[in-house]
Design a binder for this molecule. Structure first.
Ligand SMILES: [Zn+2]
Length: 220
């Protein structure tokens, strides 16, 4: 390969935005934070004020929003937008509670959450850090595991069907229970898209811990 071409391409890639966009009124509340580091982070990072409106975000947040909804999405997820308006009812209620608790108790929050679609599986570490004096929250999502459809395992009726012949699928992350390995749930989009078998819905331990931390676990 011609290295001169690489040298010409690299500076263009490096010019991709590394900025941390912040509402000017909010900037003073970020004293002590390294905005260059936040801006350059590969994590998706955004800032909320105490009313849960977006007051800042890094370039990865912008890229994520555009990948998931095009440019128009930034009108709804840009500066000043109420973050919960972008969530479905369940997640809005969940995050209202989580954000409020972090603000009121000024205690950080960190959980793993799983997101899957028929095309991809992703596991994120979500961290919420209260700003000093309860003035807002710094929210970040770090991608810790990703898998595309071709990397998913294969369905085995002996492993993935319950004794009564049903698939048990997590209603949040859509993985299905592996009945051979305790606590394990597998992402099998080929099977769950259009299953030959009946499907019942439940919660995997991960989603139970993330979304219903106050519920007692019932061993199935
Ligand atoms: Zn789940």
């Amino acid at each position: 390969m011609d290295t001169r071409i690489i040298k010409r391409i690299s500076p263009i890639r490096a010019r991709r935005s590394r900025a941390f966009t912040v509402d000017p009124i909010f900037r003073s509340r970020l004293a002590g934070y390294d905005l260059r580091r936040l801006g350059a982070s590969r994590d998706t990072i955004y800032l909320l004020d105490a009313a849960l409106c977006i007051r800042g975000f890094n370039s990865e947040y912008e890229r994520f929003a555009r990948r998931n909804g095009g440019r128009s999405l930034m009108r709804h997820y840009g500066l000043g937008a109420a973050v919960l308006d972008g969530f479905t009812a369940f997640y809005a209620a969940h995050y209202r509670d989580v954000f409020r608790r972090c603000l009121d108790e000024r205690r950080p929050y960190s959980k793993v959450h799983v997101s899957s679609s028929p095309r991809a599986f992703r596991r994120y570490r979500e961290t919420i850090e209260p700003l000093r004096e309860g003035l807002g929250l710094l929210v970040s999502h770090r991608l810790v595991e990703t898998m595309v459809r071709s990397e998913a395992g294969s369905f085995d009726p002996l492993v993935h069907l319950s004794p009564d012949g049903l698939i048990l699928q997590c209603c949040h992350c859509h993985r299905i229970r592996n009945h051979r390995l305790k606590g394990r749930w597998d992402w099998l989009p080929d099977e769950t898209d259009d299953s030959r078998f009946g499907v019942s819905h439940g919660l995997c331990p991960q989603c139970l811990n993330t979304y219903y931390p106050n519920l007692e676990t019932v061993e199935l």
